[in-house]
Design a protein. Sequence first.
Length: 412
Amino acid sequence: MTTSVSGASAKNIRFISRSDQGGRLDGVQVIVHKGYAYIGHMFADGFSVVDVRDPRRPKTVAFVAAPKNTRSHHLQIHDDVLLCVNGPNIWAMSQYANQVDYYSKPLADSIQTDQPFGAGVRAFDISKPESPREIGFLNTGGLGAHRIWWVGGRYAYASVHFAGFIDHILAIIDVSDPTKMKLTGQWWLPGMNRAAGENPPTSFGKRTALHHLINAGNIGYAAWRDGGFTIHDLSDPSNPKLLSHRNYHPPFGGGAHTPVPLPGRKLLVLADEATSSNCANGLAYTWVIDVRDSSNPVSIATLPTPAEEDFCAKGGKFGPHNIHENRPGSLQSENIVFVTYHTAGVRIYDIRNAFEPKEIGYFVPPAPEKIVDQRPNPATAIQTCDVFVDKEGMIYITDTNAGLYILQHEGR
């Protein structure tokens, strides 16, 4: 099946429209809220707001700048409050000679800069979507925040680098008053607190850092890049309790990135990020894990790797990145999973039989018309980054260089 977009390919997904996000083509996280898409940027310092009430005619209505040299590439929304991370825009600050260097050592050892940047979490009032208004800031110091999870309630869960640590750790933040956010609790893998004299074990691999935690009630699921994944009891936010820790690296490639719990089925879907161009470090996988016993999680399957063409040969990264996170207000399914795969676009999987997942749809955009990627030697291939699916099956995907694609799932 060929879509109306020249150079794209698709199965059970129909192209609706595309937005250049006001000329800022780079996109990372996207969340659609009350008819507006909020998009964090990889290189443009800030986030954009796109009116998608008519998904056929998206219209960029706002860009909210972050402090100089500061990324706000990940964000969260509940009611009329938006939280976004602040951390150094490492690419604009030319901190790496090669993209691979970012994944090859702890952040504290790879970023050396005197340039100013914001470090922490900002809160905005978005009751007027065209005019987000900053209402709060939590200054974390260190190298700031990378990713955050919050769907309402008192606590947000963020990956934050604090001074003295080798990389991002878990920070639990009280956001009951967004104008006065405060740190409630922390947790890290033993070996990460350099200031306390801890030494990283060899099991940490090239880079161990919290990338993302998503909770289901009082149980939290966390991905630690080369450090594997952990499950936590979060009932005491000031003192998270470890329930289990698993790491498939080695023999697999590491890069644990996005953990999405399916609590009704006692499953966890975990995407390992592809971290090398042209599959130089081998393939990365999306795992299906049985978490009925939080103290003994068991991997039972992997999602099928896209194979209708040679995606490794297209340049750039090929493999998993983000998963639609089943946020309240979005499409919530424990049987259908949406995953972005960089050069392989967005994929849809049926996991009703968790032991034998099946791919049931995909959309692979054409190569980007323009390269805005500030990293050394950027690829000209599509690099589909994030995916959000609304209750009507409308799919929103972002890319490093290609703006926002709006699609329709036809196989519901």
